[in-house]
Write a protein that binds this ligand. Structure first.
Ligand SMILES: Nc1ncnc2c1ncn2[C@@H]1O[C@H](COP(=O)(O)OP(=O)(O)O)[C@@H](O)[C@H]1O
Ligand SMILES: [Mg+2]
Length: 251
């Protein structure tokens, strides 16, 4: 992956990607032949109804799951043919944010942020970097708070800071606003958009549609594991405007 101090984020190419699950006798095509390219530094909303394959697509790109067919290339690395040892290293360079935060309840905000790098030797001061990241997500002064002492939006900010501790060039967020009210959700998406520029990341967000307009520059819609819509959102333009201009369905 590109060095995040010089690059603008990862280039991600997905070609003819497919993944199915077996539900008893039923074959469920979760991702059914998806080909997409994500340019460095872009922030893309992956939308679509529940079960349309959003999470599966993110899990495949993050190498949490392996595809049945197709390829995923991140910068010059072909993820789908990587050896396990390299995959582990790749996963450590991808940031993940989930709907349910997944903070460790007994650890302070700061200890949650640095938890992913605790087992590793790194070239930076872990606590100092953790404090910097908490400040970057608007939580300076809350380093020693426990998750239970923080609001949902604040807990998600801690989870975002944690996702950034390994200096990822690719950030994958799966319904990061799903547990939040719409105003807090918009704030979280705006935060991701700002961090994307500052930290030179490519960002993919599976998200509830009403929050999309605020932050993303491209919108992809999935249905039954296929891409049914792919529109770029010009700066400041609302997706509703773009879609009506293009004659597409309203969000
Ligand atoms: N571990 C699994 N086992 C069986 N089916 C699954 C599994 N994960 C996802 N699916 C199925 O794959 C399809 C896509 O799911 P998912 O990627 O979670 O969609 P979304 O995130 O858009 O809601 C759905 O039909 C879902 O039920
Ligand atoms: Mg999902």
């Amino acid at each position: 992956m590109t060095d995040s101090t010089t690059g603008a984020g990862a280039t991600v190419r997905v070609a003819e990607l497919a993944k199915h699950y077996q539900g008893g006798d039923v074959r469920i095509p979760a991702v059914a032949g998806v080909s997409l390219e994500f340019a460095p530094g872009t922030m893309t909303a992956i939308t679509g109804p529940s079960g349309s394959g959003k999470s599966t697509l993110l899990h495949l790109i993050g190498a949490i799951e392996a595809p049945d067919a197709g390829s995923i290339t991140v910068d010059d690395m072909e993820i789908t043919s990587m050896k396990r040892r390299h995959l582990t290293a790749y996963r450590r360079r991808v940031g993940f944010v989930f709907q349910r935060y997944h903070l460790l309840p007994a650890l302070t905000a700061l200890d949650n942020v640095i938890a992913p790098v605790v087992p590793y030797r790194v070239r930076f001061d872990k606590a100092a970097r953790g404090r910097e990241l908490l400040a970057a997500v608007g939580l300076a002064g809350r380093e020693h708070s426990l998750p239970s002492q923080l609001s949902g939006g604040q807990q998600q900010r801690v989870a975002i800071a944690r996702a950034l501790i390994g200096a990822p060039t690719l950030l994958l967020a799966d319904e990061p606003t799903g547990n939040l009210d719409s105003r807090t959700g918009t704030e979280i998406l705006d935060l991701l958009a700002a961090l994307r520029a500052e930290h030179a990341m490519t960002v993919l967000v599976a998200t509830h549609e009403q929050h999309v307009a605020a932050a993303c520059d491209r919108l992809i819609r999935l249905r039954d594991g296929e891409v049914v819509q792919d529109v770029s959102l010009a700066g400041g333009e609302q997706p509703e405007e773009t879609l009506s201009r293009l004659g597409g369905p309203r969000l």
